[in-house]
Write a protein that binds this ligand. Structure first.
Ligand SMILES: [Zn+2]
Length: 256
């Protein structure tokens, strides 16, 4: 018997049952299936049964690979949280300095146009917008503009916040890091991810202040948090929580 994420077969839905461990289980009978096929979804299972197999057979199989299924479902739920930047037709994404709009048109290729702080992405009628490759094309284009805009506005914002709060630093570099929003070296060089452009202004400022406070304290000690509170009107911990709860949060690897 096989356990797969995908299967394409002609099938008739028999019935679905709700299961406390796996969610909704939908059974289908398939003439073409030679084995019991289980497609794992984040909130359920789709089970294709070959002609002679029964639901009880399927449940026995499912129970025998229970741990694997649960692990896979957890992974799917997690990746959904990370991947909530899936762009749909007509979806509108607001970045710090421009909006992104996606439209289906008569064009044969994907086309990007930036005008009046709106990046319009047009894609062909025939394309599957949610296809992984199409999403990659969209994001390549969007990232180009995110980086360009980040280079235009973030170093200036660092300069202003440093001036207002009496910090000094060496240089600001714009990176493409997805694992951390920013970092600060011992030489007081500040690195910022261009993905910051996907956050609202007050959280961008929080990240910049976080890195600027590292020019005083190269750790996350109580002294560091005193600096943070001083520069955020006592809101450091609230802002930290807000940043952590951002749906656009890049996967964390230390950092904040
Ligand atoms: Zn830090």
């Amino acid at each position: 018997m096989s356990l797969r994420n995908e299967f394409a077969i002609s099938k008739i839905t028999m019935q679905s049952k709700s299961n406390p461990d796996f969610g909704k289980i939908e059974f289908t009978q398939s003439k073409r299936a030679k084995n019991i096929n289980v497609r794992i979804l984040k909130d359920g299972l789709r089970v294709a049964l070959p002609r002679r197999a029964t639901e009880a057979d399927a449940m026995r199989f499912i129970d025998s690979v229970r741990e694997r299924i649960i692990r896979k479902q957890e992974k799917l739920k997690k990746s959904e949280g990370e991947n909530n930047l899936l762009l749909h037709e007509n979806s509108r994404l607001q970045t710090l300095t421009f909006a992104v709009e996606i439209r289906r048109t008569e064009r044969e290729n994907v086309h990007f146009r930036m005008k009046n702080a709106v990046l319009t992405i047009e894609f062909p009628q025939t394309a599957d917008c949610e296809d992984e490759k199409m999403q990659a094309v969209f994001w390549n284009g969007i990232n180009y503009f995110l980086r360009k805009e980040a280079k235009r506005v973030l170093p200036e914002r660092v300069r202003i916040l440093a001036g207002e709060n009496g910090f000094s630093y060496a240089q600001v570099k714009i990176r493409s890091s997805k694992s951390r929003w920013g970092s600060c070296s011992r030489g007081k060089n500040i690195n910022l991810s261009f993905y910051l452009m996907l956050l609202p202004q007050h959280l961008v400022d929080y990240v910049i202040l976080h890195e600027l406070c590292h020019t005083k304290e190269m750790n996350h000690s109580p002294k560091f948090w005193q600096w943070m509170d001083k520069t955020t009107n006592g809101k450091a911990k609230i802002l930290r929580t807000e940043l952590k709860n951002q749906p656009l949060q890049p996967p964390q690897r230390g950092g904040f």
